[in-house]
Design a protein around this ligand. Structure first.
Ligand SMILES: [Zn+2]
Length: 275
């Protein structure tokens, strides 16, 4: 499932290609509900046609196209959504669910096998997404902020990292990878982390996310970037989807367990259950 690095990769791919372009039309394949539901494709098209894409932004796992006239298109990929830049002559991808046509003839194509992805319109995306926590790669996100998010909580530290209200953009892959890099067991009660451990988690989250963006995200299954390219971060996963395989750090066996309702990957030697 796409997380912060995958959405940021798509934003960087598309920004130079679509900024300043005007939307000329929107379509969905015959008989399909589009990602803009509950709006119909006609309602959605009427709302965005003639508007210019002024900026492409990201907040957490949301991609936000700021349009002229004070409207924003807010996309969430959920399980399998990909936003692809294409020319009309390019072959249609599998699972094509909607197309935005631009004034230079280019297209933004929405591919989504599972159809859980959403397109919404917002007058004020900051307000619409106001429940999201801080951006973990922002310079303003400090160890003290993370400590405040963890303090007093008995929930597993992994559950707090996945909670988009505490920190925005982490999902199952990068939560597992960050906690492994920090040497913290994902089931540890969040409030039990020492200041030194909290600092290690803060450092690991930033390092893992930055590395994943550098490698254009993780493409183990459906995810591709805005130009259709695969990312390479899956080649550097140290625990995620490596259950039963040897830990690169200690040679022990990576475990897959269920924590916070999610399949969770960890090395029990490098990430001890007790501090
Ligand atoms: Zn290990």
């Amino acid at each position: 499932m796409p997380e912060l690095p995958e959405v940021e990769t798509t934003r960087r791919d598309l920004e130079p290609l679509v900024t300043g372009r005007t939307i000329t039309g929107v379509s969905v394949p015959d008989g399909q509900p589009g990602p803009m539901a509950p709006l119909s494709v006609a309602q959605f098209g009427d709302a965005v046609r003639g508007r210019t894409i002024e900026r492409l932004e990201r907040r957490g796992k949301y991609l936000i196209a700021a349009l002229s006239g004070g409207v924003a298109l807010v996309l969430h990929r959920r399980m399998t959504g990909n936003l692809l830049f294409a020319r009309p002559e390019d072959a249609a991808p599998a699972f094509l669910r909607a197309v935005i046509t631009l004034d230079d003839g280019a297209e933004l194509r929405w591919q989504d096998q599972r159809r859980f992805g959403t397109w919404a319109l917002a007058d004020d995306p900051g307000k619409a997404l106001s429940s999201l926590g801080p951006e973990p790669l922002a310079g303003s996100w400090t160890v003290a902020d993370l400590a405040a998010a963890l303090r007093g909580r008995t929930a597993p530290v992994k559950a707090v990292l996945l909670d988009q209200r505490r920190v925005a953009g982490l999902g199952n892959i990068y939560a597992d990878e960050s906690l492994h890099q920090a040497g913290i067991h994902p089931a540890r009660p969040a409030g039990s982390l020492t200041p030194a451990e909290t600092e290690r988690v803060h450092t690991a989250i930033r390092a893992v996310l930055a590395r994943a963006i550098h490698l254009q995200g993780s493409s183990a299954r459906d995810y591709v970037g805005g130009l259709g390219q695969r990312g390479r971060m899956q080649e550097e996963w140290r625990v995620y989807e490596r259950g039963g395989l040897p830990c690169y750090g200690c040679g022990g066996v990576i475990e897959k367990v269920r924590i916070a309702g999610r399949g969770t990957h960890l090395c029990p030697a490098c990430q001890p259950a007790l501090p």
